[in-house]
Design a protein around this ligand. Structure first.
Ligand SMILES: Cc1ncc(COP(=O)(O)O)c(C=O)c1O
Length: 353
């Protein structure tokens, strides 16, 4: 099989739709799904993901910035949008123009529909002071109450239940049944139905990545994004001949080396130097030598039937093999979120069902 261009991210919108439908099927009675599409839909393309999520049963969209909300509106998304991040005055005005709901934790946030955020332990944004948060929650433009968990993805820890308990007490103390109450991210959605309240805000899971960094299939999720490139050159290396900057790898035996035109300029990080595999012809092959801005080199072994033009899969399936974003993340000592968010704009996204 051949690849159409040097670096391409295919996004399976059907997978996003099915992941949303699956998440909805897990929700406590009456709870709705908010699809988190900030950071250009975790690198997948926010507008496409938003549409697929709504088709899969999400009823809200969430973003971090006013510009992201504006962009969704410009592309015809008419439903409820929640802007979750900190907003300057000017950004508050933009969010209002986009008719978005906004998250507030101080009295200075202007907006027609506010969601009051209690900081129950994340320690970033949100009102920490109980009385002040209660005061804010009494406002007549208040539509929702929310919090955000710090450790929902660490099963068995006791911080998550403590945050949940504090939030539940807050909701009870506010005592308004006209408000939309929400707290759960993807991990909390899987972890505890008691965290579902009226709405769950799922990001990573709608993309088919696992919030716990494990195999998404174990939680019924299908990865939506695959990343591919192609074999641009295949060359014979004799022992001692090196590939790439700094001679970070040299052949220890006669072998064949493929050059694949994708690199850290595309978001395939330099930390993967001598430390990742790619799929060619349905088999795993190690990346050898330094990842450079535009290329990587791959050891094909002493005998190979790989030829110029062959498809290379860096994330996704080929034949019976697959490479998950979770695997790439582990090698980089990071999280799957950073792998897809980090794919640069130079990588074209191709959306299909
Ligand atoms: C406030 C808030 N809620 C929900 C989410 C979605 O989290 P996840 O992608 O882990 O589901 C995020 C993303 O970081 C967030 O910042």
């Amino acid at each position: 099989m051949s690849a159409p261009e040097r670096a391409l991210a295919r996004v399976d919108l059907g997978a996003i739709e099915r992941n949303c439908a699956h998440l909805r099927s897990l929700l406590a009675d009456g709870a709705e799904l908010c699809a988190v599409v900030k950071a250009d839909g975790y690198g997948h393309g926010a507008v496409w993901v938003a549409k697929a999520s709504l088709a899969g049963g999400a009823s809200w969209l969430a973003v971090a910035t006013a510009g992201e909300a504006e962009d969704l509106r410009r592309h015809g998304l008419a439903g409820r949008i929640l802007v979750m991040g900190a907003l300057t005055r000017e950004e508050q005005r933009l969010a209002r123009e986009a008719e978005a709901d906004v998250v507030a934790w101080t009295p200075d946030v202007e907006g027609d529909r506010l969601h009051i955020k209690l900081d129950t332990g994340m320690g970033r944004l949100g009102e920490k002071d109980w009385d002040e948060a209660l005061r804010l929650a009494g406002g007549d433009r208040v539509m929702g109450l929310m919090t955000h968990f710090a450790t929902a993805d660490e099963p068995g820890d006791d911080y998550f239940p403590a945050q949940l308990e504090r939030f539940r007490e807050f909701v009870d103390a506010v005592g308004r049944d006209d408000l939309l109450v929400h707290a759960a991210n993807s991990a909390a959605t899987f972890r505890d139905r008691a965290a579902h309240f009226d709405l769950v805000r799922c990001g990573i899971a709608i993309y088919g990545m696992d919030p716990f960094g494990e195999d998404p299939a174990e939680r019924g999720l299908e990865p939506a994004l695959s990343l591919q490139s192609w074999v641009a050159a295949v060359r014979r290396f004799e022992p001692g001949e090196s590939a790439g900057y700094g001679r970070r790898w040299a052949a220890s035996r006669p072998t064949w080396v493929a050059t694949v035109p994708i690199g850290y300029g595309d978001g395939w990080r330099r930390g993967l130097t001598n430390d990742c595999d790619v799929l060619i012809g349905g088999r795993r092959h190690p990346v050898v030598g330094a990842v450079s801005m535009d290329n990587v080199t791959v050891d094909l072994g002493g005998e190979t039937d790989v030829s110029v033009g062959d498809e290379v899969v860096l994330i996704g399936r080929q034949g019976n093999e697959r490479i998950l974003a979770e695997e790439v993340a582990r090698r980089l000592d990071t999280i799957n979120y950073e792998i897809t968010c980090g794919l640069s704009t130079r990588v074209r996204r191709l959306h299909a069902r």
